[in-house]
Design a protein around this ligand. Structure first.
Ligand SMILES: [Zn+2]
Length: 367
């Protein structure tokens, strides 16, 4: 009779069996059961406590060791803080600060309002962007910074300046200023800038304004829905393994047939939008949502990493006398929820307003 033993070999066999069964189980779970990657990354409130690394590509990637842009600086303000998307690779944070300061000092620009960058751990977002995943993209508003620090409410409620209609072939004359040429020429002048995305009508206005010096126009690429802001994209930082650059833009200034094509695309899209309104069934097919398996495997470690930093709320640079750090108001949603996903609010939310002191009862007349 075969006598059962508890030899190491047998334990190893059992362990192998378990692992194999686990593997089979995992394989049996359909991919659709796994939550969309945007749900995993879109609920992260802190950076991943790892060394800084942009992982994957701009539209399929994530961010380790992200930093947040200080919400106020001498030459910039971070907007829409309630979205918690003012994060990036340290290279992007430094770049934005340098770019904003150069604009102020060299070009006389009042400074920048900076919109969406990346989430604390990058990755796909719950809404709004296909890219901005690896911590190297930033949306910059066309509205210049006011000459003072903004309150959190102002950052939440403000809107930028519209330079073109969604399907417009020309910029809106009353809003366009030659200063925009200076702004956009400056941002593509840096070695770190891979390209910027602007509305096709803005590209056209730049092509018309450029004159002899046209090499800088190569990095200015037309794209959809960039009528209130432009989108800055940096190259992968040198020596970062696993960071995937986009193919460089095609040679030339992009003002010829490429721009003509864009004007045709705008016209076709406008026509489509009108038929879609008449017949709601004619919606564009939904994009397949990214799952973890679509992202580089290192993004799993980014999700699993310990909590790094919370969003910064301090000013950087000289603190203006009047404003100091504006009180941070708890987003409306947080008032009604005990959502464990919002523990970061504890650190930064303004203290609950004190109840007004009880009105003392009317004094009795001395007897
Ligand atoms: Zn963008």
């Amino acid at each position: 009779m075969h006598r059962r033993t508890s030899s190491p070999a047998r334990w190893a066999g059992a362990a192998f069996g378990l692992i194999a069964a686990g593997g089979l189980l995992a394989a049996a779970v359909p991919a659709a059961a796994e939550p969309a990657a945007k749900k995993l990354f879109g609920t992260q409130k802190t950076s991943a406590a790892l060394s800084a690394r942009s992982i994957g590509s701009y539209a399929r990637g994530c961010l380790a060791g992200g930093q947040s842009l200080p919400v106020s600086g001498p030459a910039w303000e971070a907007m829409k803080l309630q979205r918690n998307r003012n994060w990036g690779h340290p290279l992007l944070i430094k770049f934005l600060q340098r770019f904003a300061t150069d604009l102020q000092e060299k070009d006389g620009w009042p400074g920048l309002l900076i919109g969406d960058m990346a989430q604390p751990r990058g990755g796909p977002m719950l809404g709004g962007h296909k890219s901005h995943q690896s911590g190297l993209d930033a949306d910059i508003w066309y509205k210049p910074k006011p000459a003072r620090a903004m309150t959190r409410k102002e950052r939440a409620d403000s809107w930028s300046i519209k330079l073109a209609e969604v399907y417009g072939k020309q910029v809106i004359k009353k809003n366009w200023k030659p200063e925009y040429v200076t702004l956009l020429k400056r941002v593509v002048s840096y070695r770190e800038t891979a390209r910027i995305f602007v509305h096709p009508a803005v590209k056209r206005a730049l092509c018309d304004a450029a004159g002899e010096d046209r090499a800088w126009l190569r990095k200015v690429r037309p794209w959809w829905s960039h009528n209130y802001h432009f989108h800055l994209r940096l190259k992968c930082p040198a020596g970062v393994a696993g960071c995937v650059n986009q193919k460089p833009p095609p040679a030339g200034d992009g003002c010829g047939p490429q721009l003509t094509d864009w004007m045709k695309k705008l016209a076709a899209a406008e026509k489509w939008s009108k038929t879609k309104k008449k017949d709601p069934a004619k919606k564009a097919p939904k994009r397949r949502e990214l799952r973890m398996a679509d992202l580089p495997p290192a993004c799993r470690s980014v999700l699993d990493a310990d909590a790094g930093s919370l969003p910064r709320r301090t000013q950087s640079g000289p603190i203006p006398k009047r404003a100091a750090v504006p009180p941070l108001v708890r987003p409306a949603a947080a008032k009604t929820t005990t959502d464990p996903n919002l523990p970061w609010l504890r650190g930064i939310a303004a203290p609950a307003p004190k109840r007004p002191a009880q009105i003392p009862p009317p004094e009795r007349k001395p007897r």
